[in-house]
Design a protein around this ligand. Structure first.
Ligand code: SF4
Ligand code: SF4
Ligand code: SF4
Length: 590
């Protein structure tokens, strides 16, 4: 066939034009909704060295799916074979077309339907290209087969559950899956007639026979083009928009863009970058312990995106961040959930008028110690910290000793943004007026708040970091024994702030630290997180018990944690004593 055109290419061509037109319009609209600071960051960083690491990450995540592979190798293979395989199929097809036409003009769709339009090509290079293209097609088909299995038996790819999809997404998924078998059949039919296939298509073509191939060839190419066109047309409105949006998101992140208190255009990019891989379902304690199956990020994001009601999904979450740390796209899920919890404008004056009376203190030469509301419920922790300060000869000002002003994070997590801002304003004033250079906190919730939400120009440390530093400086000396210790990583300290090593460093100086099945970033939430006010007590206890089992399975003498709320959650529920790291240190001072 000498012509460069056949009507069957129209669905594909229209689909491609529609895809890029809609994506450009959408992205343009979302970028227009970035706030001033986000736009400033883009202007400042658009053509800087940040582009190179961004492109590197795009290749690693968009094509190789490295993070998914780290989480689950089989799932990684499935995603990689489809994404990388398809990308290579398009690229090699383009090279083959350019090579064949040697600078002579050709229509842009030729690369996609090459075997149909270029039939009389019996050169060695054509044979090599045909083998490579068949190999790539086989690679993609292996991934598609896994995807089909995953949709029925999720455990075949090592997933506990698969994502439940709506009709639109399910139909589009079938459209995607059908593209590659249709390409195989179309090329095989042409190979039977033109003898231009590779090891796969030629064998299948020979099986078809010339007569049958002559009848089905055109209908098959037409179906292939329709499947492609349909998929490309609907892609921007479906979960598959993540294919392009994730690349944009990676670049924006490299330029320093992050979620804000209120949703912006950047939030639209994050929502659209979710691939609905379902990884966030697998380790959610509400799913595994309570069988609550409709609140996980994959469903919340879907409902926000489709403007469907999502109040329950928004509120019923522990904000333990397990899902966020597993998410291969790195979507700031908890920030988005918090935006959705916005309780809008509520008067703050009546509630917090009393804070104006709290006086500042001249703390030059002292550290500020902020125990936090939760530590007041577990006074053993604050008493231990005072003893530690005295032992190392550190003067301190306990900022919340008498009139406690909360750090504001629990309110923030519940969506009371104005009230939280009011508390932050007053605490910031007290801290700045004290003229201290260091703030030590005992509660990881306060720690995260002071570190990330306050923008303080002084050093903020958790007490485990402080104690570890004192040990290294030789200012604290401990008695080491044969005690077997199990450490519970608090969500806010570990996943929230990345503090994993310092508590372990201190505990290793006291006894034998046991290895747990779920620890570090995989630690299980204690169930008492202030981020959830929806769960009943018996539900919280079920989550707690799962977390506790993980700790007691190793038969420790003591369970240690570094969060007053975790301590409260575990207390009285096991025969093993529960202690904060600071308490264990004081009990074993030399
Ligand atoms: S939120 Fe992340 S982990 Fe969950 S489905 Fe989306 S991409 Fe996957
Ligand atoms: S933050 Fe925790 S409770 Fe909430 S959805 Fe994620 S894993 Fe589940
Ligand atoms: S209390 Fe501790 S473990 Fe429980 S949710 Fe909070 S930080 Fe996580």
């Amino acid at each position: 066939m000498s012509s460069n055109f056949h009507p069957f290419v129209l669905p594909f061509t229209i689909g491609t034009l529609a895809l890029f037109s809609v994506l450009i319009l959408k992205y343009n609209k979302w970028i227009g909704k970035f706030d001033r600071q986000q736009k400033k960051l883009i202007r400042r960083n658009l053509f800087t060295g940040k582009l190179i690491p961004a492109v590197w990450e795009m290749i690693n995540e968009g094509l190789f799916h490295k993070k998914v592979s780290r989480y689950n190798r089989r799932l990684g293979y499935m995603h990689r074979s489809i994404a990388l395989g398809w990308f290579l199929l398009i690229s090699v097809g383009f090279v083959e077309t350019v090579f064949h036409f040697q600078g002579r003009g050709h229509a842009p769709w030729i690369g996609v339907f090459f075997r149909f339009f270029v039939r009389d090509n019996q050169t060695l290079s054509a044979w090599i290209f045909a083998q490579i293209m068949d190999l790539l097609l086989l690679y993609i088909l292996s991934g598609v087969t896994m995807a089909v299995f995953k949709s029925i038996f999720s455990k075949t790819v090592g997933m506990r559950k698969t994502t439940r999809l709506k009709l639109f997404d399910t139909s589009l998924r079938y459209s995607l899956w059908s593209i590659f078998p249709l390409r195989l059949l179309s090329e095989s039919a042409t190979a039977a007639l033109a003898d231009n296939g590779g090891f796969l298509t030629q064998s299948l073509g020979n099986l078809m026979g010339e007569r049958f191939a002559g009848v089905v060839e055109l209908p098959l190419w037409t179906l292939y083009s329709i499947a492609l066109g349909l998929f490309l047309c609907l892609l921007p409105f479906s979960r598959f928009s993540h294919i392009f949006t994730e690349l944009m998101l990676i670049y924006f992140r490299k330029m320093g863009l992050r979620e804000r208190e209120k949703p912006t255009g950047f939030t639209r990019f994050e929502l659209s970058a979710c691939s609905r891989c379902g990884i966030c379902i697998d380790n959610c304690p509400l799913d595994s312990e309570l069988n609550i199956t409709d609140i996980q990020p994959v469903y919340l994001i879907r409902d926000i995106r489709n403007r469907m009601p999502h109040r329950t999904a928004t509120e019923n979450c522990l904000m333990c961040n397990r899902c966020e740390s597993d998410c291969p796209v790195g979507i700031q899920i908890s920030e988005i959930r918090r935006q959705e919890r916005d309780k809008k404008k509520l008067d703050t004056h009546d509630n917090y008028g009393y804070i104006e009376d709290v006086q500042s203190f001249n703390a030059i030469g002292r550290v500020i110690y902020f125990g936090g509301c939760m530590s007041h419920l577990t006074p053993g922790i604050t008493e231990s910290m005072k003893k530690i300060f005295d032992t190392v000869g550190q003067k301190y000002w306990m900022m919340d000793e008498e009139r406690t002003i909360c750090c504001g994070r629990p309110l923030l997590q519940q969506g009371f943004f104005n009230q939280a801002a009011e508390l932050r304003r007053k605490n910031t004033q007290l801290i700045m007026e004290s003229r201290s250079k260091t703030l030590v906190t005992s509660c990881p919730i306060c720690y995260q708040s002071f570190r990330k939400e306050y923008n303080l120009p002084i050093k903020v440390v958790h007490h485990t970091e402080y104690i570890a530093t004192m040990l290294r400086l030789g200012k604290l000396r401990l008695n080491r024994s044969e005690l077997r210790l199990a450490y519970h990583d608090p969500c806010e300290l570990g996943r929230g702030c990345g503090i994993y090593d310092e508590p372990r460093e201190v505990l290793s100086a006291l006894g034998q630290l046991l290895k747990l099945e779920q620890e570090y970033k995989n630690s299980l939430c204690c169930g008492y997180n202030l981020g959830n006010t929806v769960l009943e007590l018996d539900q919280q206890l079920k989550v707690r018990d799962a977390s506790l089992r993980n700790l007691t399975d190793a038969h420790p003498d003591f369970i240690a944690t570094a969060c007053p709320l975790c301590k409260k959650a575990f207390q009285h529920s096991t025969t093993q004593p529960i202690k904060d790291v600071a308490e264990l240190v004081v009990e074993n001072l030399r």
